[in-house]
Design a binder for this molecule. Structure first.
Ligand code: KG4
Ligand code: ZN
Length: 338
């Protein structure tokens, strides 16, 4: 085996329990256990998420080690998600990681989940990686950020949402349409046969590089309520058009701000990350923008868009090189900033 460090990454910030093994920047395994239980409730139920993490964590880590074809003694360091996320969920992953680090007498590394999403671009898949500095539009269920990334450890949030996140806008719109959680992938699918101009919704007027999605949500709700009063079958008759128009509104808000950030910073290296970066319409509109503005675009593999431990392991790798280790007394943080 080469001398590159072997990092075990643990992700448990929301409703996915994941463990991954990386050697250097190369992936050896990435195991994810999704929690189906939340679909019954239309959103993630924190208490149930913590309990499911507790059940999943050992089998998931065990499977990641086996799939990587290593033994636990080969692991150089363990990295875990410190936050942001659901506290009960984070506690399961962090407690496991601390015990593992102590038991195996290896370094412990704490990782910011949002930095993990960004650094997933540095998992070596044989594809070109972003050059520094680059801009990353990180769009997930809990966050919407434009980040200026100067190095794997130096990055700055230059725009963020003042209310809902982009993924939340997808999920809440889906809920209004009666679709199950998480609604983002379903809207993406249904929108493919819809007309993006069928419906107009309110547009936010937010200064600087910040985002807002709560007005859009209200505008969608009122439009649907008004139409349902006249035609109780409105949603089922217009579902694809509604999905296409909603998706178009969300993606337009995101790309308008990204364009503004590109203009302000002059940076043409552009990455997207987070669950919503799996969205096919966001990807195709970004590609159009890229051709028009001569941008170098980086889109993650689908596997690394939504929550996964490979992104935690790669961040752990960079922190390991920097000897940035965590103490056993480190505690998770639901609202971790960077
Ligand atoms: O990054 P992620 O897995 O978890 C958080 O850190 O929040 O993102 C989950 C979010 C959910 O809101 C989900 O609806 C959204 O990503 N999502 C999508 C798509 N796939 C996942 N949204 C739109 N289109 C998709 N294809
Ligand atoms: Zn995430």
């Amino acid at each position: 085996m080469s001398k590159e460090p072997i990092i075990l990454g643990i992700e448990s910030s929301c409703d996915d329990t994941s463990a991954a093994i990386l050697q250097g920047q190369k992936i050896l395994s990435n195991v994810i256990a999704n929690q189906q239980i939340h679909a019954l409730y239309g959103g993630v139920v924190p208490e149930l998420a913590s309990r499911a993490h507790q059940q999943n964590i050992i089998p998931v880590v065990d499977s990641a080690i086996k799939k990587a074809n290593i033994t636990k003694e080969d692991i150089t360091a363990i990295a875990f998600t410190k936050g942001p996320g659901l506290l009960g969920s984070l506690l399961v992953g962090s407690s496991f990681a601390k015990s593992f680090a102590m038991g195996m007498n290896i370094p412990l590394i704490s990782v910011n989940h949002m930095q993990g999403h960004i650094l997933s671009h540095f998992i070596d898949e044989g594809k070109p990686m972003p050059q520094f500095p680059f801009l990353c539009l990180t769009v997930s269920g809990g966050h919407t950020q434009i980040v200026k990334v100067d190095s794997p450890i130096k990055m700055q949030v230059i725009g963020t949402t003042i209310d809902d996140a982009a993924g939340e806008a997808f999920d809440k719109s889906a809920k209004i349409l009666g679709l199950p959680y998480p609604g983002g992938p379903l809207i993406d699918k249904l929108a493919k046969n819809g007309n993006i101009h069928a419906f107009e919704f309110g547009k936010p007027k937010i200064k600087k590089l910040d985002f807002s999605f709560s007005g859009l949500k209200t505008s969608i709700l009122y439009k649907i309520q008004n139409n349902m009063n006249e035609n109780p079958h409105f949603i089922e008759e217009k579902l694809e058009d509604l999905c296409a128009s909603i998706q178009h509104s969300i993606v337009t808000i995101l790309l308008n701000k990204l364009q503004k950030a590109i203009k302000q910073t002059g940076i043409k290296e552009i990455a997207i990350a987070g669950g919503v970066s799996a969205n096919s319409y966001l990807r195709s509109e970004l590609n159009k923008l890229g051709t028009e503005k001569k941008l170098n675009l980086y889109t993650p593999k689908f596997e690394y868009c939504t929550d996964n431990a490979a992104m935690i392991a790669i961040t752990g790798y960079f922190k390991y090189l920097n000897k940035d280790f965590a103490m056993q007394s480190e505690t998770p943080s639901a609202r971790l900033l960077f």
